[in-house]
Design a protein. Structure first.
Length: 262
């Protein structure tokens, strides 16, 4: 078993926003949720595992009058978030112990963070408690069960074993959601297939903090993967481009309205 927590983000918080893919746009799931509602509705939004707050800051553009709250276990990540938007409430807490009253939020999201939460079932139940009737939860994450051919796993195979422990299969998440009381639970998978330039990727993996998979494995396993990649690139006959594959999963669930049929 690997140590807990999976990654100590307090130690890399100051680097987080310099990593690739940290710029966010408005969440399309939030757009879909807000669309049919009256402009006068005052919404409350919660992001569990908000990190440095980029998603909430982006979302504020379409819900400028909403109550926005970000929760993260890492105080240093929240300190990076606060200067971006002091009107957003940045709260240090574990996702399984949300410090909010019941039925406080209309829309709750957890993006690429569920695997960092030890008590995943507790987190899903805690969200159900703080979600208002008619509210929606959206979970988005990597699905390692369906992309074992991802190059990170090919060169750093210890990461796959750890991820298969940390990332629940979609079916397990759905089972807990439905047992908790969520309705209209749906699963959407997105498979991304692309070509990876190995020289450019080597530059990325040499900066270990860019990917939590590299931070979870032992130093020797990380160094072995980097050395293998360097050795292959030193061979002039070796290919410089390899096919790569990622699978992301989005799981949505709703809290039944009071007047819905049981």
């Amino acid at each position: 078993m690997h140590p807990s927590p999976r990654v100590n983000y307090d130690t890399i918080a100051h680097l987080y926003d310099t990593q690739p893919y940290r710029t966010k746009t408005v969440d399309p799931d939030l757009l879909a949720f807000v669309g049919p509602r009256a402009a006068s509705d005052t919404l409350s939004l919660l992001d569990v595992g908000c990190g440095t707050g980029n998603q909430l800051v982006a979302n504020r553009a379409i819900v400028p009058h909403a109550r926005l709250v970000g929760v993260d276990r890492s105080l240093e990540m929240l300190r990076q978030a606060h200067p971006k938007a002091s009107d957003i409430a940045w709260v240090q807490a574990d996702g399984a112990a949300l410090p909010f009253q019941a039925q406080s939020f209309d829309f709750v999201t957890c993006q690429y963070a569920l695997h960092h939460i030890q008590d995943k079932g507790g987190m899903l139940r805690a969200v159900f408690q703080v979600l208002r009737r008619g509210g929606r939860l959206v979970l988005r994450n990597l699905c390692p069960q369906e992309c074992a051919d991802w190059l990170y796993y090919a060169y750093f195979p210890e990461a796959l074993a750890i991820d298969l422990e940390d990332f629940w299969p979609p079916e397990a998440v759905v089972a807990v959601l439905e047992a908790t009381g969520f309705v209209a639970v749906t699963v959407e998978r997105q498979h991304l297939r692309y070509e990876q330039n190995l020289r450019a990727w080597l530059d990325t993996v040499r900066r270990r903090d860019t990917c939590s998979q590299l931070l979870t494995i032992p130093d020797a396993a990380y160094e072995a993967g980097v050395h293998r990649l360097e050795h292959e690139l030193a061979d002039a006959s070796a290919p410089l481009v390899r096919a790569d594959h990622l699978c992301f999963v989005t799981i949505r669930g709703e809290k039944r309205t009071e007047n819905a049929l049981t």
